[in-house]
Design a protein. Sequence first.
Length: 91
Amino acid sequence: MLTYEECLAMCDVTQDEVSAIAEHEHVDPIIALAIGQYLCCHEGEHMIKKIIIDDINHAEKIGNIEHAEVLRKVLSHFIATHPEGATSDAA
C-alpha cells in the first residue's frame, strides 16, 4: 500500500495545491491529490488555477486576509510551475 506522502511525491501538484483543492471541493487530501493529478494530466491546469482563485476570494470575503495571502503564494507557484494554466481567463 502506498502512503499519502508517496502518492504526493509521484504527482504534479504540491501539498499546498492539494490543500487548496481539498478546501474548495470539501474532500479529504488524498481525494484532492487525485483530482489535482487528474487535472494536470488532462489539460485541466486552468481548473486548478480557478479553484485557487475561488479560495482566495472566499478567504477575502470572510476576512481571512492571512489565508488569502498564503493562497496567493500558492497560486503564484502553481502558475510558475504549470504555465499551461496561466493562459486561461480564470483570473
